[in-house]
Design a binder for this molecule. Structure first.
Ligand code: HEC
Ligand code: CU
Length: 480
């Protein structure tokens, strides 16, 4: 690859000329002849597939495999990630404007959940989600034409979306503009996201996902590339003085927007929101929206360790959104005189956080009779259960069992309390049909669980029995 400094006039002219070309191109892409066929090269973060040098559109075949895998979220903290390709973030996909993509979403047979994919690079309902809902052991195929260039997020959009995205189901797809991107010395893939665990930040062991915290938007971890420390120490990104670096930055959310910043390094060029038609220059911090992206380019002028952060700094220093870029080479005392620094990464840990219990809590009103219980329970159901079991209680075949006329539910009230408070993750049969999914454990109050179960029992010709908070308290599966 020809090396060219981004700060040179030549590069700037190329960027501007290319910018003019990007803007005009969308309609032409419909008519663009598609020549040949190839398989996409997919990479795990922080690596990116090679730049595209084709001067024409082609048919690109993408195979992306969903895998539910246990991995490390932080030092001593394990987590079951739901992934596009085995790691968080998902595989980086790189295509060219005008390409026709034949997309295969493969859901590994060992997985427990149905998944799909919404690619923001797609013009079509759900970004592909509607066409790609795939049960474990199945594969879905759909095709799309890349009409718009840009750096796009993709993510799972299966209900409850906050859970699928919260477990790690997102990645980036780059649609290179026709003229390509200016060559640089290093390209890296960096994606921020937020995680919600039953235990507090730093609590060791296998940590289950917390539906309650994701809904409250209270992340325990905010990280780059799927774990605390994914790019520090010997895993740091690297470059040399005089080299140019391009960061493809994404934010998978599900909730938190990033104020992306490199400590001690100004971004020479930023393609804000991944939109390559309007580069901006000389940027200190760029916003990366949840479900959005940015491309940051810069040239290293001095050696040292540069820290990439979400500049909402508690997220960086207390929750994990911190990476290192180590730059070697000769010093330039004119640009930077020293004293040279090299920060050691030391997570400040759980002790630095204010306990959640310090907050005053207003308890919601308690139901005074069964009718009130049903009414309050309807709300709990809409907020917590409906995404999977559906508004009509019928569930989704092969994925989420029905609550309407469910023999499992109606047959045993205590078992129902245990199911909701403790979760359920073993094969079961409901009305003669087998299910083997994951029902999360709900950290709802006794009152809320009594209300939601009373509501569920009152609906859809179910048994009509009442569940009281006292019964929930007596039979609930206690969190350890
Ligand atoms: C993330 C999707 C999801 C959500 C949200 C969810 N469930 Fe479930 N639920 C499941 C799955 C999957 C199963 C089956 C688990 C298995 O196969 O082991 C299940 C099973 C059940 C069962 C036992 C089987 C049956 O059909 O009777 C009950 C009762 C139940 N859920 C109630 C609830 C209630 C009440 C809520 C809300 C507080 C809720 N669920 C929220 C996915 C979900
Ligand atoms: Cu999913």
């Amino acid at each position: 690859m020809k090396r060219r400094s981004l700060s040179s006039g030549v590069a700037l002219a190329a960027i501007l000329a290319a910018g003019a070309a990007f803007a005009a191109s969308r309609d032409d892409n419909r008519a663009d002849p598609v020549i040949g066929e190839e398989s996409a090269v997919l990479t795990d973060a922080p690596n990116t597939p090679p730049a595209i040098h084709r001067d024409h559109a082609t048919k690109v075949i993408v195979h992306l495999e969903v895998k539910e895998v246990e991995g490390q979220l932080a030092d001593g903290v394990r987590y079951v990630f739901w992934t596009f390709g085995g790691h968080v973030p998902g595989k980086f996909i790189r295509i060219r404007e005008g390409d026709e993509v034949e997309f295969h979403l493969d859901n590994h047979p060992d997985n427990k959940n149905p998944h799909n994919i919404d690619l923001h690079a797609v013009n079509g309902p759900g970004g592909g989600a509607a066409a790609s809902l795939t049960a474990p052991g199945h594969s879905s195929v759909f095709s799309f034409k890349a009409l718009n260039p840009g750096l796009f997020v993709y993510h799972c959009a299966t209900a409850p979306v906050a859970m699928h995205v919260g477990n790690g189901m997102y990645g980036l797809i780059l649609v290179e503009p026709k003229g390509g991107l200016p060559p640089v010395d290093h390209e890296y893939y960096v994606m921020q996201s937020d995680f919600y665990t039953q235990g507090k930040n730093g609590e060791k062991g296998l940590q289950p996902f917390s539906m309650e915290k994701v809904i409250d938007e209270k992340p325990d971890y905010i990280v780059f590339n799927g774990s605390v420390g994914s790019m520090v120490g010997d895993k740091a990104l690297t470059a040399k003085v005089g080299e140019t670096v391009r960061l493809f930055v994404g934010d998978g959310g599900p909730n938190v927007v990033s104020s992306f910043h490199a400590i001690g390094q100004i971004f020479d060029t930023v393609y804000a929101e991944g939109n390559m038609s309007t580069p901006t220059h000389n940027v200190q911090t760029t916003t990366v929206p949840a479900g959005g992206s940015a491309i940051a380019e810069f040239k290293m002028s001095v050696p040292g360790t540069f820290i990439l952060v979400d500049h909402s700094l508690v997220r960086a220093f207390n929750r994990g959104a911190l990476a290192q870029l180590k730059v070697s080479g000769p010093e330039d005392k004119l640009v930077y005189s020293g004293k040279q620094f090299d920060l050691v990464y030391q997570p400040e840990g759980a002790g630095a956080r204010v306990a959640a219990s310090d907050r005053p809590v207003t308890p919601p009103p308690a139901a005074r009779n069964k009718a009130e219980r049903v009414k309050l329970g309807a709300e709990v159901f809409a907020n917590n259960c409906q995404a999977c079991h559906q508004e009509n209680g019928l569930g989704v075949p092969d994925a989420f069992p029905p609550l309407a006329k469910s023999d499992y539910l109606n047959g045993d009230k205590v078992r129902a309390i245990k199911t909701v408070t403790g979760g359920l993750e073993k094969p079961l049969t409901v009305n003669g049909k087998p299910f083997n999914g994951v029902m999360p454990a709900w950290s709802l109050s006794d009152e809320d669980i009594a209300n939601v179960l009373t509501y569920v029992y009152s609906q859809w010709d179910n048994s009509g029995q009442e569940v009281t908070p006292q019964e929930v308290n007596l039979h609930r599966v206690k969190a350890n």
